[in-house]
Design a protein around this ligand. Structure first.
Ligand code: CP
Ligand code: NVA
Length: 310
């Protein structure tokens, strides 16, 4: 279903396509762990454009491509002519002549949309200021592993900044019918347009999506709690101000006491201990959080096989 398509945003995918990704990701995980060869992308090359830093995204895409029998090229904007002002639309048309797919991590979401408009090969969004779809698809897989396959019975709460992760959780929860409450300070709400698109999906799947200011109320009875850095890449100058504004949104033992007693805590990493999450909560949830990191590999392999495979 996804063959030849882009992976730019979860709201572009059908519920069946999300299911296809999650189910193939689980299969690929089993194959990798049991040593079953799965060189489904032999001879294919992925270009990975990074205009921001990365540990997980870079390594998991590169290793994933290697395990699938293909190869990956790390293309930093410090080296590409793109970094010296060559237009995205020219870069897209040139790279389409050499590669079989492009993963891009950048600032403005419109850069990814322009790349996709001019490229003739699948484009995968590896994070923009607006969305982080590969991470949230990964998180859905991880929630299934820890909480069971039926996500519709779960209540999730996202606490912190209404950033790319919050926006993508709204899209992901809406698509799979999971209830999600997002708690942020009033001036740091998720993107209004994305919230609207997610609400359209939620009407079809029965998901309840809510925003509120109070993090304590948001986590009441939650099965899954997620948070993310208070200052995303590009917001470094606002870090000190944000630390003050977001202080009541820290995921700590006191907040967790309001959630379901078996609640799991997720974090896409990198984490800033003592800010959005305490050392104690992070370490107590390390099995989930590092599964989440590992699952980037399996989920992205599934995305690459489905979009770039024959
Ligand atoms: N979670 C995530 O995308 O991590 P990186 O920034 O290290 O890629
Ligand atoms: N919101 C964070 C996520 C990092 C993976 C950022 O954009 O920096």
């Amino acid at each position: 279903m996804l063959k030849g398509k882009n992976l730019l945003a979860i709201h572009d995918l059908s519920a069946d396509e999300v299911e296809e990704i999650l189910s193939l990701a689980a299969d690929l995980k089993t194959m990798q762990r049991t040593g079953v060869p799965h060189r489904f992308l032999e001879g294919k090359t992925l270009g990975m454009i990074f205009e921001k830093s990365s540990t997980r995204t870079r390594v998991s895409f590169e290793v994933g491509m290697f395990q699938l029998g293909g190869s990956a090229l790390f293309l930093s904007n410090r080296d590409l002519q793109l970094g010296r002002g060559e237009p995205i639309k020219d870069t897209a048309r040139v790279l389409s002549r050499y590669l079989d797919g492009i993963m891009i991590r950048t600032y403005g979401h419109e850069r990814v949309l322009e790349l996709a408009e001019y490229a003739t090969i699948p484009i995968i969004n590896g994070l923009t200021d607006l969305l982080h779809p590969c991470q949230v698809l990964t998180d859905l897989l991880t929630i299934r592993e820890h909480k069971g396959k039926d996500l519709r019975r779960l209540k999730m709460a996202y606490v912190g900044d209404g950033n790319n992760m919050a926006n993508s959780y709204l899209c992901g929860a809406a698509k799979v019918g999971m209830s999600l409450t997002v708690a942020t300070p009033p001036n740091y709400k998720p993107d209004e347009n994305i919230f609207g698109l997610a609400q359209d999906d939620a009407k079809l799947t029965g998901a309840t999506l809510e925003w509120m200011e109070d993090p304590y109320k948001a986590v009441e009875g939650a099965d899954v709690i997620a948070t993310d850095t208070w200052a995303s890449m590009g917001q470094e100058a606002e870090h000190d101000e944000r630390k003050k504004i977001f202080a009541p949104y820290q995921v700590n033992a006191e907040l967790l006491a309001r959630a379901d007693r078996n609640a799991i805590v997720m974090h896409c990493l990198p984490a800033y201990r003592g800010e959005e999450i305490t050392e104690e909560v992070l370490e107590a949830n390390a099995p989930v959080i590092f599964d989440e990191a590992e699952n980037r590999l399996h989920t992205q392999k599934a995305i690459m096989v489905l979009t770039m495979g024959n």
